[in-house]
Design a protein around this ligand. Structure first.
Ligand code: SF4
Length: 466
């Protein structure tokens, strides 16, 4: 995956009860930059009015002048880093989305993907609603506007009672910050505190940076209401069965984050260990595809008692936006991003640990590159099962036809990527690698095709952006 970056679909951040809340959100979003790099935005309130700055690009591109943040006043703010689905990175989809409702302004930041968007959107459009964006998140604002409830929190509950799918939401009004997580708890969301201030963030790495103490996750089916008096909880779903996105633990979340009740690093290491147990290889060294596979490779190395080496150096300055207009330049893509360390690799039998394989095209090129540098044997070990199905809950996988493992056996994939051996972690071993001591359940639909939230046909046909 390090090779074929998946689009993460967003990181969210909210702060309440802290002077210069926008600065806190800025730094939190900085820690969450890996979750979205196409656009960023922060909206704050001083209790009477909203201040906002949103733009295309990374956080530092949007907030390139220190004055940008100083203009975002107030003790409460929310922010969002976004990836779009293909072809829809346009300015009107940048989040947080905001609107002025009858009772005052509201802004929302959303991580996840709704699955009944098409039906709801049509119903609202029939009533005269005019949509400003192509995001599914805008639906929530329209549902708030149409709610007959009086209190804002009741309007919010009314709105989310009508949506289905994955949502970790942060919501800003002039009086409070809300945070909500869908009853399946698909995307992560956690709470931190410092003095009288509360933060909510997609991942705990944002809290660490800011010196906030991690309290716990926002529970699936829970709404958190934050104001100057602290935070309180309201449950809107009875004893939900959780279906956390297991891919957060394989690849999306940072290893230093606590997600679904445990440090990601711990799960990833176990994945590597279980992979070594299930798929040993006769090799001299273990290397990783940096950076996302580093931890799993360390786990593989320790269980297999095979030396871990830095075999590939990653160039961190090659952006996603790198233009590859000609086949020759496309060919150069992998070489630009990774350079093999010849002295480590020459004449060696190498296990290369990768966290997942999507299309397989770049892994094939990387294998060629390794062989060019004198590697004797290439054994690929993948710390996740074969990806065979699309994700409808917020991950922009390519179509089934583009997934190398769709309708192919492991042997056929091995043949396609031209390696000496290939081993994937099984779904069972994957589930044995992740935290389950608090009854956590997981979505594994992209491997098994068993979707925990039914995806209706309309939703399947038309996927909206988050
Ligand atoms: Fe995560 Fe895969 Fe489920 Fe999507 S289908 S939520 S990527 S586990």
């Amino acid at each position: 995956m390090a090779l074929e970056t998946l689009r993460h679909h967003c990181g969210v951040m909210a702060v309440s009860g802290q002077e210069n809340a926008s600065e806190i959100v800025f730094h939190g979003l900085y820690a969450l930059q890996h979750r979205g790099q196409e656009s960023s935005g922060i909206i704050s309130t001083d209790g009477t009015r909203f201040c906002r700055r949103l733009g295309m690009g990374t956080l530092t591109q949007v907030f390139h002048d220190p004055q940008n943040l100083k203009e975002l006043l107030g003790r409460a703010a929310i922010g969002h880093n976004r990836y779009s689905t293909t072809g829809s990175s346009s300015a009107f989809n940048i989040q947080p989305l905001s609107a002025v409702l009858k009772d005052g302004p509201v802004a929302i930041g959303h991580n996840g993907n709704l699955v009944n968007t098409h039906k709801l959107r049509e119903r609202l459009q029939d009533k005269g609603a005019i949509f400003q964006s192509t995001t599914d998140s805008e639906l929530i604002i329209h549902l708030l506007a149409h709610s007959k409830e009086r209190a804002f929190t009741d309007k919010m509950l009314d709105a989310i009672a009508q949506i289905e799918g994955a949502y970790s939401l942060v919501v800003l009004t002039n009086n409070a910050v809300l945070a909500l997580r869908d009853p399946h708890g698909i995307r992560p969301l956690c709470i931190g505190v410092k003095d009288n201030s509360t933060v909510v963030a997609s991942e705990s790495c944002a809290l660490d940076l800011l010196g906030y103490e991690y309290v716990r996750d926002v529970e699936p089916g829970e709404m958190i209401i934050c104001d100057d008096d602290g935070w309180r909880s309201h449950r809107f779903a009875e004893e939900p069965n959780t279906d956390h996105c297991i891919f957060e633990l394989i690849y999306f979340s940072r290893p230093d984050s606590k997600v679904f009740g445990e440090y990601v690093d711990k799960s990833r290491r176990k994945m590597g260990k279980n992979l070594a147990h299930d798929h040993p290889a006769d090799s001299d060294i273990v290397i990783s595809v940096p950076d996302s596979s580093n931890t799993a490779a360390l786990g593989y190395s320790s269980r297999s008692d095979t030396k871990f080496e830095i075999g590939l150096i990653r160039n961190h300055y090659v952006g996603r936006t790198f233009i590859q207009p000609t086949p020759a330049m496309r060919e150069m893509g992998v070489r630009l991003k990774f350079n093999p360390v010849g002295g480590v690799l020459k004449d060696r039998k190498v296990v290369i640990v990768e966290d997942s394989i999507v299309r397989g095209t770049t892994l094939r090129k990387l294998t060629e590159l390794l062989r060019d540098r004198g590697v004797k044997e290439v054994h690929v070990r993948v710390s996740s099962p074969p990806i065979r199905y699309p994700c409808y809950y917020g991950m922009d996988f390519p179509t089934c036809e583009e997934l190398i493992a769709h309708n192919r056996s492991v042997e056929e994939v091995q043949e396609q990527i031209k390696v000496d051996s290939l081993g994937y972690l099984s779904v069972e071993s994957l589930l044995n690698s992740v935290p389950r001591d608090q009854g956590q359940g997981y979505c594994t639909a992209c491997f098994t095709g068993e979707y925990p939230i039914a995806v209706n046909e309309d939703g399947n046909k038309e996927r909206y952006d988050t």
